[in-house]
Ligand binder design. Structure first.
Ligand code: XMP
Length: 527
């Protein structure tokens, strides 16, 4: 999605901190922590051209950690001009080793890998460690995860903190505002990590803490109004958090010139279409057009078992239906989409192919052949920021806290071919899972909770009769961002009620199993 004539909202003119990504699993967390200090941050790949980093508004640079070894031949290094930029730089873990090496220090493999909590003794209380609480100002807990360490500092670097294993656990340059920390201030195990990052961003980089939900909403409303003028904008809404926030934001900006389209593709959960449409219309006052396309989707999916094939068919059909509907609207030039920041971050190859295991998401969806110009008001935001914006816009909590539901819907939760009878069974079973988990007040701690219909028949006995029916799997996971997930340790009585209700109430199911796989190596969805 890089068509130049498309309109992207960007904060390029604002003060920003650039986080250079060397492949750390924590890179997004660094960017989020910076934003929690109310400063806009942007993630760029480590090998980006310096001109993209050193543009207007740049106030500081953070070099992330990464799995590589600076001492190896294939070490990842940034454009040197970035290290010589006239702004403050903070290197974290691998990022600190880059600075150590660049400024003439010696980095080598540590005699043993340091992983986990460590006590950090602070040598210099200014700059990064300024204003820490009295009880932790000399010694605090930090999270370490590294194999290399800086053995000797170059002539212009000094140590400002140490641990039992690392005499140079934090360093600074003697003349320039350049800092390095061997530990990870972005993870919550580093108890003063927020303060340390805030000291860098606000104290050292001199950023104004002006990136707030209120300022974001005002700015986006003004930007959308200006962009669209008196024209119309069409927006696909699913009732999910992102598309609902986009729709409300745009309806605040342009009123009835926003046309929200809800496509009922026949792959939705029980009661979903009517609940979403009523919520959009009655609670949020959004002008929504419903397109009933179940037959079209289900007939195209007939006999298809392959998950990626299902996704492709659904994605293409969705676009067709959407294009037809948008094409019938007069004066409609723009398409609004709920793309989020994690969808647009250019991924670093060292992360490997994991991001492409399943072809998901908006960015993959609506094709370049669409003539509509794109508006993506959330493309700078992380999910938790979208929820905060949604709350400010008056969207009810039950919508904001709704569990994610994949675009291809129940099609990827029926293993094998999809047809009405299977959809009916899955809908009923899934409704029971939702009722019981939400009824037990557990949903706040969970990421997703749903049922999967398996193409497996097993023998059972009901009354005096032998049965031979399908099995349903229950998938309930905890996660922070869907990149990793753990199965939820649900109370046995909740699991018991779910199982007996499904077997008793749903015709065609005589066995319920609970999925206890983590991601990785499994994924959250079964297809
Ligand atoms: P996996 O199964 O890859 O899922 O662990 C991670 C998250 O993504 C959702 N998901 C999808 N969302 N289209 C979507 O819009 C898809 O094709 C798709 N596949 C998975 C999944 O529900 C989970 O939250």
């Amino acid at each position: 999605m890089s068509t130049p004539d498309r309109l992207l909202s960007t904060a390029a003119d604002e003060q920003r901190i650039v986080v250079l990504d060397f492949g750390s699993q924590y890179t997004q967390l660094i960017a989020r922590r910076v934003r929690e200090s109310h400063v806009y941050s942007e993630i760029l790949p480590y090998d980006v051209d310096a001109s993209r980093v050193l543009s207007d508004g740049l106030k500081g640079i953070i070099l992330s950690g990464g799995p590589g070894n600076i001492s190896s031949e294939e070490s990842l290094l940034p454009d040197e001009r970035i290290l010589d930029a006239p702004v403050p730089i903070l290197g974290i873990c691998y990022g600190m080793q880059i600075l150590g090496q660049h400024f003439g220090g010696k980095v080598s493999r540590a005699s043993r890998r340091e992983y986990g909590s460590a006590r950090l003794s602070i040598i210099e209380h200014d700059h990064l460690f300024k204003g820490m609480r009295e009880d932790v100002q000399d010694e605090t807990t930090v999270w370490m995860s590294h194999g290399d360490r800086i053995e000797s500092l170059g002539p212009e670097l000094i140590s400002i903190a140490k641990t039992a294993n690392s005499p140079n656990a934090a360093i600074r340059h003697t003349r320039r505002p350049i800092f390095g920390v061997q530990f990870h201030p972005e993870v919550s195990h580093t108890t003063e990590g927020r303060k340390i990052l805030e000291n860098f961003v606000i104290g050292i980089c001199n950023c104004e803490p002006s990136w707030t939900p209120g300022s974001f909403i005002e700015r986006e409303i003004a930007r959308c109004r200006e962009l669209v003028g008196g024209g119309k904008v069409v927006c696909a809404t699913s009732g999910g958090v992102d598309s609902t926030v986009v729709a409300v934001l745009l309806s605040r900006a342009i009123g009835d010139n926003l046309i929200a389209i809800f496509v009922d593709n026949g792959l939705l959960r029980k009661g979903e279409a009517s609940q979403v449409v009523s919520m959009l219309r009655k609670e949020l006052g959004i002008n929504v057009t419903v397109v009933s396309a179940s037959e079209r989707f289900l007939s195209s999916l007939r006999g298809v078992s392959d998950p990626q094939e299902k996704r492709k068919i659904i994605g293409n059909l969705f676009i067709e239906v959407f294009e037809e509907t948008a094409g019938s609207l007069k004066d409609c030039e723009y398409l609004a989409q709920g793309t989020l920041y994690p969808d647009v971050i250019e991924s670093v190859p060292v992360r490997g192919p994991s991001a492409l295991i399943k072809g998901h998401h908006n960015v993959w969806g609506l094709p370049d052949r669409m003539k509509l110009k794109l508006i993506e008001p959330l493309r700078e935001l992380f999910k938790d920021e979208v929820r905060i914006i949604g709350k400010r816009l008056g969207i009810p909590d039950r919508v904001l806290m709704r569990q994610p539901f994949p675009g291809p819907g129940l099609a990827v939760r029926i293993i094998g071919p999809i047809a009405q009878p299977q959809l009916k069974v899955l809908r009923e079973a899934d409704a029971i899972v939702r009722e019981e988990i939400e009824g037990a007040g557990l949903s706040n701690e969970l990421w997703q909770w749903f049922a999967v219909l398996l193409p497996v028949k097993s023998v059972g006995v009901m009354g005096d009769e032998r049965t031979y029916e399908n099995a349903v799997a229950i998938r309930v996971v905890k996660s922070l961002d869907a990149m990793t997930a753990d199965w939820a340790r649900l109370p046995y009585d909740v699991l018991g009620t779910i199982s007996s209700r499904i077997i008793n109430e749903v015709d065609g199911v005589n066995r319920v199993v609970y999925d206890i796989s983590t991601k990785p190596p499994s994924t959250i969805e079964w297809e």
